[in-house]
Unconditional design. Structure first.
Length: 222
């Protein structure tokens, strides 16, 4: 029922997470509710990560990886750092950034953002801002703005993720977090960089920037 074992085609049961490094997933109270398993000795066509299915314990839309350990530090430091993967999260905590939580590669939901917002209005997103994960979550960033959150982007170098940066140089990661900039500034910068001409700039402002501005709850900030 909780997806630890599965029934195969021949009617025999097998370990769903075989040949995987296991990451227990905890709810807000620190109780284990599911697992994520990373492949380390499998075939090329197998998924890199495998997660527990939705169960009576595990509701993906409500869980943020590491939240049970990060919530008190988020409250104390008055900001949260959002990363994508489990290894990013573990490396952040090892480097002393225990206010980090992970979305575990899934699209963020309103419930998850509200969970962070109740503790602190300040959010630093440590996703590659030119990457697929960032683009897939753009509705979530707009949702965070509409909740009244102060949303900033940590400028991660191309081809890196937080775990890579921290492994290479903890001080570099410290500078990246310190130099986080408001999401609107980042969007404007992308438009200025990518637009072909004035007309294209106008089109990109209309399609890309205005939805972000419309999401901001404060008229002064707008």
């Amino acid at each position: 029922k909780v997806g630890i074992i599965k029934k195969g085609d021949k009617g025999k049961y097998y370990d769903r997470f075989r040949s995987r490094i296991m990451f227990p997933i905890f709810d807000s109270s620190g109780r284990p509710v599911g697992f994520s398993g990373r492949i380390f000795n499998g075939k090329e066509d197998e998924a890199k990560y495998l997660n527990s299915p939705e169960t009576i314990f595990f509701d993906k839309s409500r869980i943020l990886y590491g939240f049970d350990r990060a919530k008190s530090v988020i409250r104390k430091s008055d900001f949260s750092i959002l990363v994508e993967g489990q290894m990013d999260l573990i490396m952040c905590h090892q480097a002393g950034y225990k206010n980090a939580v992970a979305s575990s590669g899934t699209a963020l939901t309103r419930e998850q953002l509200e969970k962070l917002f109740r503790i602190s209005e300040r959010l630093v997103i440590a996703y590659d801002s030119d990457g697929a994960g960032f683009r897939a979550s753009e509705k979530a960033w707009q949702m965070a703005l509409s909740l009244g959150m102060d949303v900033k982007i940590a400028p991660i170098p191309d081809g890196y993720d937080p775990a890579d940066v921290i492994k290479e140089d903890k001080n570099k990661w410290k500078e990246i977090v310190k130099n986080s900039r408001h999401i609107i500034e980042i969007v404007i910068e992308h438009i200025a960089r990518d637009a072909k001409d004035e007309r294209d700039t106008g089109r990109k402002v209309s399609s890309h920037l205005i939805p972000y501005l419309a999401s901001i709850s404060s008229h002064i900030d707008q």
